[in-house]
Structure formats: C-alpha cells, structure tokens
Design a protein around this ligand. Structure first.
Ligand SMILES: Nc1ncnc2c1ncn2[C@@H]1O[C@H](COP(=O)(O)OP(=O)(O)OP(=O)(O)O)[C@@H](O)[C@H]1O
Ligand SMILES: [Mg+2]
Length: 235
C-alpha cells in the first residue's frame, strides 16, 4: 500500500480551477520533487495533502502506517513567519504540537526530541536567540528541525532554499538528503530543476494538471522534462 495516494484531486478558488484531476501516489522512502512555474498549483497541492485546503473533488488516502498528524511541514516563507516573535527552542518545540491534539502542554519527551533535533541540525549555538533575529539560512534550519519534530515518516518542504546563498543551500540540501537516507519520505517543492534532476527519485511536474509523474531519469528523457530543463515554457 502506498504511503499517500492522491485520487482525482481538483481544487478551485472562487471561479479559478487551480488543480484538476491530480492522481499519483507516494511510496515510503521516496524523494519526490514537485516542479512547475509560478502559480502552477504546487503549494496548493501540498496544502491539500496536509488537509489545509479542501479539494472540490477526489480524496487523499493515507497508508495504514501514516496518520495525518505525522507529516512534518516546512511552509513556503512569508514575511509574517520570518518575524515570528519566539525563541529558536520554542519554534522547534512547537513542531511537537502536531501530535498533541488538544493538549497544549509539552511533555519531557517532546522537550528531549526538540533538543535532539536542535543538536542534530547544529543550531545549539542559537537555541536561545529570537527567531526573527536570525539569517534566512538559520531560520530555514530551525524550521527543518521543527518539521522533523513532527514526524519520523514523511516531511513536506515548500521551497526550503529560497533566498539562501550557495553554501547554505548546499548544506540544506545535504541535510535533506541525510534525512531521506534514514528512510523518511521527502516531498519537496523546488524551482531548482538541476538539483531535482540530480537528487530526487521521482518528479511531479504540475501545471494545473499533471504534465509528468514518474522516475527522475524518465523525466529527464521526456519531452516536457527536456523542455523545462532547457528553460522553455510548458503548454
Ligand atoms: N487562498 C487563495 N485564494 C485565491 N487564489 C489562490 C489562493 N491561493 C492560491 N491561489 C491561486 O492559485 C494558483 C496556484 O497558487 P499556488 O500558490 O499553489 O502556486 P505555486 O505553484 O505554489 O506558485 P509559486 O511557485 O509562486 O509558489 C495561483 O493562481 C494563485 O493565485
Ligand atoms: Mg508556492
């Protein structure tokens, strides 16, 4: 059984159809990159998987071993999120809220998990700093640690490297690869097509509907893949 299966998903805002007839499935351990131009529905698709958007038609089916609240999520950044007035530790710890249901109190286990993630992502030195005073790269690391507190199974990243310099980008990518090697499924929205081709195991190319879904190698050899890699617009 697939870890996540999207069946005939359509999403509409007012009178605009944003996603149409989206069907694909994700297996445990996959590294899926979702690509496509601005406004093609990538963020809407991941929000639908997370249950933050209601599809007009279709449904998302989770595998037996996956609960909806066991998905780690690093959202596409907005200015408001960048200005979040809390410490690094508090932001990471809030990743544990996912699994707490209506219980607003953190357990000793949650606190240990947050500290472990802070350690493994190398952000101990800034643990007490205010999130909004960090650089963009530090903020993304903190948000990755937060997403990892929510899951041992699957993590969804919406453009995690936007605005980062090449060195920090490489570090982020390496961290994500390490996470995938531990068996955690990665779903990453990315505009970095060359990175996607070289690192993802599967590609989903979106433009309202699916232009391609399958293995990365097949994508690189497909008409849509070759065009997109070459910088051409996709009809
Ligand atoms: N809350 C909303 N209300 C109305 N329209 C929306 C809403 N959210 C997204 N849209 C529209 O849906 C379409 C898809 O948006 P989405 O954010 O999913 O695109 P995207 O592929 O993530 O783009 P980008 O690469 O710029 O992040 C766009 O035309 C956008 O204007
Ligand atoms: Mg987006």
């Amino acid at each position: 059984m697939s870890q996540i299966e999207c069946k005939d998903i359509s999403v509409k805002y007012e009178n605009q159809v944003v996603l149409e007839d989206i069907s694909f499935s994700i297996e445990q351990g996959d590294y899926l990159c979702i690509v496509g131009e601005n406004g093609s529905g990538k963020s809407t698709l991941v929000k639908t998987i997370l249950g933050l958007e209601n599809p007009k038609t279709g449904k998302i089916v989770f595998g037996e071993n996956l609960n909806k609240n066991e998905i780690g999520y690093l959202p596409q950044q907005t200015q408001a999120q960048k200005d979040f007035p809390a410490s690094v530790y508090e932001v990471v710890l809030s990743g544990c809220l996912n699994s707490r249901g209506f219980n607003p109190f953190y357990s000793a286990k949650d606190k240990k998990l947050a500290n472990d993630m802070i350690k493994s992502l190398g952000i101990e030195g800034i643990k007490k700093k205010s999130f909004r005073e960090l650089s963009g790269g530090q903020q993304q690391r903190v948000l990755l640690a937060r997403a990892l507190c929510a899951t041992k199974k699957i993590i969804i990243l919406d453009e995690p490297i936007t605005g980062l310099d090449p060195t920090v980008t490489r570090e982020m990518y390496n961290l994500i690869k390490e996470i995938n090697k531990k068996g955690i499924t990665i779903i990453m929205v990315s505009h970095d097509i060359n990175f996607a081709i070289n690192n993802a195991s599967k590609i989903l190319h979106l433009k309202k509907n699916i232009k391609f879904f399958g293995n990365t190698e097949d994508y690189a050899n497909s008409e849509v893949g070759r065009k997109f890699i070459g910088g051409a617009e996709i009809d």
